[in-house]
Unconditional design. Structure first.
Length: 240
């Protein structure tokens, strides 16, 4: 195309875009391929309690800074109309709590012995902080596998996408396996079909309105069909 022809081509493009129905018909595809972020919100003050594990203080202080830095970004990724971010956050460190960490209310309790043996596991803080931000009300319609899958999606595909992880076994895994398996599936479906998929699922869980049909509405395909497509792709990639 010559430089002289460029203005005419742009004028023609703008004319087509202005035709009745053009913008409306293009909008769903544009939304799917270019999701926008919510406005940034300020992080609450992050308190730490190492009374039961004084040696954890250096790690706790680093974790508190990490949580404060990433809180606004996680809210950006999940916020929808009516979202209200938590007003407080506390990191409490104790030995032998029976898990690396867990979240409840506005508090994350972290096993001090776990971090002593896994000092690099700051991604766990992001996962648990995501639970504080999710704050889904109790509902039988909200599946636990999706709650954990969203939290691991934020951790593994937003906070530390370069970190090595166990690959999904397409012959043994199920979409309801939760955690990394569900997170990997959500990342694939987000990239292939709808950049706003996780936000839509998060909102449905928060509104107590989750149904599997949300996948149909967002991608045009049923959840079972998407899972089959995803695992078939894994098999092809591995030459199975």
């Amino acid at each position: 195309m010559t430089l002289n022809a460029l203005p005419a081509a742009l004028a023609a493009l703008l004319t087509v875009a202005a035709l009745p129905g053009f913008a409306q018909s293009a909008q769903p595809a544009l939304t799917a391929y270019a999701d926008t972020l919510a406005p940034l919100v300020a992080a609450p003050k992050v308190e730490i309690d190492v009374t039961a594990a004084p040696a954890a203080k250096p790690w706790a202080e680093r974790a508190a800074r990490l949580a404060a830095d990433w809180f606004p970004h996680v809210c950006q990724l999940l916020a929808t109309d009516g979202f209200r971010p938590p007003k407080a956050m506390k990191l409490t460190f104790k030995p032998k709590i029976g898990a690396p960490a867990y979240a409840s209310g506005s508090e994350i309790t972290i096993d001090s012995e776990w971090i002593a043996g896994h000092p690099d596991d700051f991604g766990m803080v992001i996962h648990e902080m995501t639970h504080l931000i999710q704050r889904y009300p109790g509902s039988r319609s909200t599946p636990g596998w999706l709650v954990e899958g969203i939290a691991d999606y934020i951790r593994w595909w937003r906070y530390e996408p370069e970190a090595p992880r166990t690959p999904v076994d397409p012959d043994r895994a199920k979409v309801t396996d939760s955690y990394r398996t569900t997170a990997a599936f959500l990342a694939w479906a987000t990239g292939r079909y709808d950049r706003g998929l996780v936000r839509k699922l998060d909102k449905a869980c928060r509104d107590r309105s989750y149904k599997p049909e949300i996948f149909d509405q967002a991608t045009g395909k049923a959840l079972e069909t998407l899972w089959t497509e995803y695992t078939d792709g894994l098999r092809r990639a591995r030459g199975r």
